[in-house]
Write a protein that binds this ligand. Structure first.
Ligand code: FDA
Length: 310
């Protein structure tokens, strides 16, 4: 792995660095590039702006690895409010949650119950609940969580990471369910025995996953692919494959992070593709932001610039 990426991902787990960064105004200014604000109100305003540009939204309240049940209770209540506010404002928006934010580290049964409560609330509001994929220590339990959700709810989607060697087999076992899968490359520090380190292999795997979800059999089972990438070369290749397989422009969607590749988001939306932007908000942005820096260390320049301008 690129040494700068390793360093930034290691830093994402440092409580000391988190305390330093989150109290510095210039870091907060740099974060604003990828996050419209810390509050739900700010996220909803940004969601409305995106919708007016013809872009759908996924909302996620930042936070992970909660240790205290009362915090998980608050997260559950928060997302229930989010779903109500989305409906009240008639927004084209869904919600994406991290299992460890719903208490997976505290009590797996509670996490299942809370996720099911949100899946049901999303169903009532006519939308899909997305489950994020975290580091590889959680892959197996997150897959189990998804399977449990599918026993009662079809409106639940799962993120799978193309960098993990196991993902092909995982996708194969899920295909008979007709799953909704958000394919991403993967954002965590993983050892080479678990994850491909070569970009080419990760991209190949991403493309292979889309092709499997677009197979006639998978589509007949109700499978759905959300392509979570900003990689324009990969997008070009995926477009060619969709055309070759006869997959219509409205039969899949692109998902990108708020503030990243805005031009590409608008180009795709204008060309009739479904485009969704993931808006993250909340006070616990540090580990999430460090992963964004690790994806593109050039983003450190924004931190440096805001140090001098702020
Ligand atoms: P890649 O990293 O190859 O980047 C391609 C190009 O995109 C870069 O050259 C650059 O131009 C641009 N780019 C990418 N990242 C950038 C950044 N941070 N800042 C500026 N430019 C950038 N991961 C995970 O492990 N679990 C999850 O649940 C999710 N969920 C998720 C949802 C959605 C909607 C998206 C878009 C991404 C995720 N991710 C994720 C993150 C994902 O795994 C991955 O780390 C990033 O999307 C970056 O990978 P790309 O596919 O964009 O390609």
């Amino acid at each position: 792995m690129n040494p700068m990426r390793s360093l930034l991902l290691a830093g994402s787990r440092s409580a000391w660095l988190e305390r330093q960064a989150t109290t510095r105004r210039f870091v907060k200014l740099a974060v604003r590039r990828f996050m419209p604000g810390e509050t739900l109100d700010e996220a909803l305003v940004a969601a409305g702006e995106q919708n007016r540009l013809g872009i759908a939204v996924t909302l996620t309240h930042l936070g992970e690895n909660l240790r205290d049940k009362s915090e998980a209770d608050a997260v559950l209540a928060h997302y229930q409010t989010v779903l109500e506010r989305i409906r009240g404002a008639n927004l084209n928006a869904e919600v994406s949650v991290k299992p460890t934010q719903l208490g997976l580290d505290i009590d797996a049964a509670m996490c299942t119950e809370y996720t099911r409560t949100l899946a049901e609330a999303a169903r009532v509001h006519g939308s899909r609940l997305w489950i994020d994929m975290e580091g590889s220590a959680y892959t197996q339990t997150t897959l189990q969580l998804y399977r449990k959700m599918r026993e009662t709810h079809t409106n639940v989607g799962l993120c799978l990471q193309a960098y993990l060697r196991r993902t092909r087999a995982d996708l194969e076992t899920l295909l008979p369910l007709g799953p909704a899968i958000r394919i991403v490359k993967g954002a965590y520090a993983e050892p080479a025995e678990l994850a491909f380190t070569d970009k080419h292999e990760v991209d190949e795997n991403f493309h292979w996953m889309a092709e499997r979800l677009w197979s006639a059999q998978a589509r007949a089972n109700g499978a759905w692919a959300t392509l979570g990438t900003h990689d324009t070369v990969l997008i070009g290749k995926l477009e060619g494959t969709a055309l070759r397989l006869g997959v219509g422009a409205k039969d899949y969607e692109y998902a990108m992070l708020y503030g990243i590749q805005r031009g590409e988001q608008q180009r795709l939306a204008k060309s009739g593709r479904i485009v969704r932007v993931l808006i993250s908000y909340g006070a616990h942005w540090f580990p999430w932001y460090m992963r964004r820096l690790a994806e593109r260390p050039a983003n450190l320049l924004f931190v440096a610039k805001s140090m001098f301008s702020g």
